[in-house]
Design a protein. Structure first.
Length: 122
């Protein structure tokens, strides 16, 4: 038997509202919310063949991108066919376009409703 890790089960993201953020990412990607457990402050979404978990954190503090006073902690890179259409879709779900964009970038940095950065990449 191997001592290596054999499977990534899920990626867990801190949030001010786990159920809301699970729904945001499900709607953004065409995925689905597979569980919301408010008694545990936990929610789960099936997204692009992966599982994202969300946990509600009391006194959650939004990341500040690109500054590091409150670091981003992680970001997701998501492939899109139409950058403008995907940006508009994300904004309709509650995301915002980050004020700071990388110089000459062909991708767009967005912020989810809790301030986590994610990139839309054509």
């Amino acid at each position: 038997m191997s001592n290596h890790v054999t499977e990534l089960i899920a990626f867990t993201i801190d949030s001010s509202d786990a159920g809301r953020l699970a729904q945001f990412y499900a709607d953004l990607t065409g995925g689905e919310v597979t569980g919301v457990y408010p008694e545990y402050g936990y929610a789960q979404a099936s997204v692009l063949g992966a599982t994202l978990n969300f946990q509600t954190v009391q006194d959650y503090t939004r990341p500040q991108w690109p500054g590091q006073d409150q670091p981003q902690q992680y970001h997701l890179d998501l492939r899109v066919g139409d950058l403008e259409g995907a940006s508009d879709h994300a904004r309709s779900l509650g995301a915002s376009i980050a004020d700071t964009q990388p110089e000459g970038a062909t991708w767009r940095v967005m912020l989810d409703p809790d301030g986590h950065p994610f990139c839309l990449c054509p």
